[in-house]
Design a protein around this ligand. Sequence first.
Ligand code: NOJ
Length: 739
Amino acid sequence: MKKNTGLILLLVLVFSSCGKQEVAKNEKDHFIDSLLAEMTLDEKIGQTVLYTSDWTSTGPTIRDSYKEDIKAGKVGAVFNAITTKYVRDLQHIAVEETRLGIPLIFGFDVIHGHRTIFPVPLGETASWDLEAIEQGARVAAIEASAEGLNWTFAPMVDIARDPRWGRIMEGAGEDPYLGSLVARARVRGFQGDDLSAPNTILACVKHYAAYGAAQAGREYHSVDMSERMLRSVYLPPYYAAVDEGVATVMTSFNDLDGVPATGNKFLLKKILRDEWGFNGFVVTDYTSINEMVNHGNVADLKEAASLALNAGVDMDMQGAAFDDYLKVLLEDGKVTEEQINLSARRILEMKYNLGLFDDPYLYCDEQREKELIYHPDHLKAARDMAKKSMVLLKNDNQVLPLSNKSEKLAVIGPLADSKKDLLGSWKGAGEDDRPVSILEAIRKIAGNQNIIYARGCDINSTDRSDFGKALYAAMVADKVIMIMGESSEMSGEAASRSNINLPGIQTELIKRISKTGKPLIIVLLNGRPLDLTEESQLADAILEAWFPGTEGGPAVAEILFGNSNPSGKLPVTFPRNLGQVPIYYSVKNTGRPMDPDQKYTSKYLDVPNTPLYPFGYGLSYTTFEYSEPQINDTILAPGSELEIKVKIKNTGEYDGEEVVQLYVRDLVGSVTRPLKELKGFSKIFIPKGEEREVVFHLKPEDLAFYRKNMSWGTELGEYILFTGGSSADTKEISFRLVK
Ligand code: NOJ
């Protein structure tokens, strides 16, 4: 099905008095109206169906009849199919072998890069660099669209405060303010400002909603929370993505207050459509309509399909529920034709927006594929981002950076020579053998002759047979670098862990090595906050490198040797132990705030309330000194804004970047308020010895929250402002919000 240009010309003339945008909208509406008028019920239902190809699998079932399904006009979109050749062949079936030739949309989980893999999203967020995050998504879109794709199942914006949950690495961490800005940056990066350009793709914000709050961090588990918590903490990033113009929304697997998200009218109609005005299409997660039968809120798949469509789902991912049941549900009067039309229309509109009716093969350009995959600019952006994402957690006696290139280094650990684990989970089409390992990258900088390597142990086994070699390496070296952590499979979907220690016998090996007394540097690859209490007592330095992507090896080496100064800050709290979880910086005061000298106060007997490494924390090779914050007024009135100034001096020996953070506390509210809430941040570069001033602006509306009666707005009274380089290291000043 191609656009009729004669008709379009006529329409352009008819609407010449309207604005350009209105003409385009009318043109699109007319095209879709005419198309829908030609479509049979089966063809409309076909648009609401999404099936996976057999290129790769991201879920429990593979429907091997998908090619016949496409030919029968029963499919609106396909996922997990890549490369221009493969996609072109499938598109050809849709365009040439079906009655109306309606092109397919091609989706894929392009989460942190397509071929050129960037750090996992939690790591990218640790950069606090929104431009770089947007650029990462842009690069991902360029490569994905050069390999046949026009839809990514990203950004994942689920707020997560439980490190047991394996998917914590796929989002932006614990904070709704930071998470919302990152969500916007990613949507902009994927979609650009013209969806019909061949290098932009539809984004899909997921998993709506509150998937990150699964009980006890166990994957797919139930979610139950107050509406206040939902709206204040979990919903803002989805809203931000919608407000930024995200094209599609994916429902989540979990139930929420007893209703699975995929059949949840409150989420999909009341909030998403009515309150937020979302006008793209809603796709389910993988067979999540079917899973409502297991949830136990419907008796069978037919009822599940009815509930999903009635709740506001437009497209069924892989479940065949719409395919099998929408027609009979219509005959039974359980759904209406208008609903089916509306869903089909929303999907067709996105095809139109992508330019697929002009050219169904727009995203199948072999030349672009050849030129753009692993383009040097993409690799450079990935390396820069990897460096920005790393967080220096500890650096006693300035053991880092390693400056003396002639000293002997022992490089030890199960992840030192791994390539594939650098990529992390959801690595898109990233190729396991592409990265340079950290060991190889260190050898390149330090010289082969200065490196002595021992694997030491596996990531997750009890085999101690290489301990001796590792100990010998440490003994003959001047310094020891241990590359430890999780395998990439230990993060991502269906990868919850019931403890957050370093897996296997890694900590035991660290203990043994530390006894040699050699300066000990630990580099961590992992996708979640870990319990590092023991390791932090054994190591002189700890560098959190997350899963840093295709260029992660050289990026780690460049940081270790000081070619680059770490500037990442934690987007999520690292607890002292799992018993503190959930732990996050924006907690409430309680009626009995912690007092170490008073028994009956809110605390533990065995650990302090504070985390090991707080939200917003991260060291640099240099040091920064903060001035007291200054404000232009102690009164904030409607229509005005506070100007908050803070001076930061680089007092160390290196040029460096610092993430200056602004937090607020509302001292008295109609409901209890967090002790601190992030309200702003600025990442600045300060040459050594120099000082810079950062200016923040705060308006009354920035202080709005869900008040006692659930209305959104501000309350007058005393507030405290905090500025600093971490949520736990701030200087404060007060002001009053007045009428
Ligand atoms: C299930 C995951 O939850 C979702 O994030 C992903 O996009 C789909 N599978 C498709 O692979």
